[in-house]
Design a protein around this ligand. Sequence first.
Ligand code: HEC
Ligand code: HEC
Ligand code: HEC
Ligand code: HEC
Ligand code: HEC
Length: 410
Amino acid sequence: MNQLMRQIFLATGLLVAGVALAAFGIDPGLPDTYWDQPQATQGKAPHDWSALESNLRPEACAQCHSEQFDVWKNSLHAHAYSPGMVGQFPAMGAQEGNNCLACHAPLAEQQYSDDADMNQSLGLKLTHPEGFNHQADIDSKALPLRHTGVSCAVCHVRGWQRFGPPPKKTGATGHQDTPAHGGFTATRTFEQSQFCASCHQFPQSMAINRKPLENTLTEWKQSEFSKKGVTCQKCHMPDRRHEFRGIHDPDMVRKGLTFKLATRKNTAVFTMTSSWIGHAFPTYVTPKIVILASAMDADGKELRHWQWEIVREVGYDDGWKEMRDTRLMPGESRDYIAGPLPEKTSLVRYQVTVIPDYFYKGVYQSLLADKMTETARIHITHAMDRADKDDYVLLEKTMPFSGLHEHAAH
Ligand code: HEC
Ligand code: HEC
Ligand code: HEC
Ligand code: HEC
Ligand code: HEC
């Protein structure tokens, strides 16, 4: 802890008594305009603030909030100003690009002013793929704020005011008088699933087969997790850590599922249960999960195989249509049955592969097949490489099988 922080913490300690009195105050919630699009600008920072307090960049927040920064910087929120998105902008122009930034970099200070501004930003992104300095060096070359994606200020700062959850120690709501950045407003809204909705839930009016393309909050509301008070934050920000791990993280996905492999008569039965996922698995139309079962003989030679896919597939054919939806809802179990197994089967293997960016890969492929600017092509090629590297084997399970040998011996 440096000298400045020590002073701040001492001062905060003295204030705790006062804050505790306010603990039973009324929760102010967030201003109604908090998630408006387009956003209002922050305006001018109060004149008596230090340069550090008047800096919206995540590296600036990191000087005093390194714990949050060090975790956030590895999340996809930190990388939301992505090559796969910006590579589509030259064909769209700045105005339409700003519609995408509404979720990927939504502050007024992150919007494009015009096409020239956009083109300059796309050029900078080629030479500086990372939007911020990972060591939190605030003197490093400052790229435009939009390059920091869904960064600290997107969720925490409006009109220079900081908003955050009630402090763990006091649980107090309302204005908290702390020495840095004029204190902050504490509200339980930060602890509620609704907080994530503006970017992770589409309106019902945009539904395809009654389900919007992003339906995460609704899926959660219909699950047992909402009844038990297990919010998005409880799973994606455990103990308030800014992890935001999802389908791209094998350990997170393994944690959400339970697997069982057994035999039933002359079949193998692989059961997958969504045991700790607060929405559909997967929640979007973009990932695909492939389950492959193989029956093998004693020499390991494959005799037969079976394949299933877990995916919500939509397509455009004179309006949007849903082709299939084989996703697992929260708590749901499903059997994937391989059978009848061939006579010489002595081993059965199940392999589960996750393709997190399945849908986007298709988009990138069709874009690359068309005419596009050189800048766009480089960005989309980066995105394609990144998406390919994201595929992983979630699980491989092998089971000896003897049932049919006895039968064959007769
Ligand atoms: C000069 C140090 C300093 C800087 C720079 C700074 N903060 Fe803070 N911040 C504090 C202190 C001190 C507190 C009150 C103690 C605490 O809860 O950490 C605080 C509190 C907060 C809270 C409330 C925490 C809670 O318990 O709800 C949020 C949110 C917050 N800051 C966000 C930010 C963001 C976002 C930035 C960058 C745009 C930033 N801060 C920059 C020192 C700083
Ligand atoms: C300002 C918009 C915004 C808000 C608010 C927001 N997110 Fe996100 N989130 C995004 C975007 C955009 C991405 C995709 C980033 C990328 O890969 O380009 C994302 C990605 C994620 C991912 C990773 C998904 C994956 O594919 O692995 C998780 C998990 C996540 N968000 C959870 C949350 C939770 C939980 C909250 C609420 C506490 C939240 N988000 C609030 C915009 C937002
Ligand atoms: C309502 C919020 C929202 C809007 C608006 C939005 N996105 Fe996203 N986007 C997300 C979320 C959430 C994810 C992560 C989940 C997923 O993979 O679908 C994401 C993921 C992506 C990805 C894959 C991950 C990455 O960053 O490479 C691309 C590409 C993308 N969006 C492009 C766009 C483009 C282009 C637009 C505008 C036409 C757009 N998005 C508008 C919320 C949004
Ligand atoms: C996608 C939105 C989002 C982003 C981006 C984000 N936060 Fe948070 N932050 C939250 C939420 C939600 C909580 C409360 C979580 C809870 O109560 O479970 C929180 C809590 C906090 C707290 C209080 C922590 C505590 O232990 O009491 C601080 C401080 C904070 N954030 C700072 C930051 C900083 C600094 C960054 C950037 C490095 C950042 N946040 C980025 C949503 C976000
Ligand atoms: C009980 C724990 C739990 C809760 C509650 C939960 N999630 Fe998840 N979430 C997961 C797990 C595990 C994964 C990885 C598996 C998957 O992708 O479905 C995940 C994946 C995601 C992803 C990655 C994209 C995808 O296609 O799956 C996003 C985005 C996300 N969650 C957002 C949210 C939001 C927003 C909420 C609240 C409305 C929420 N989650 C509630 C556990 C949870």
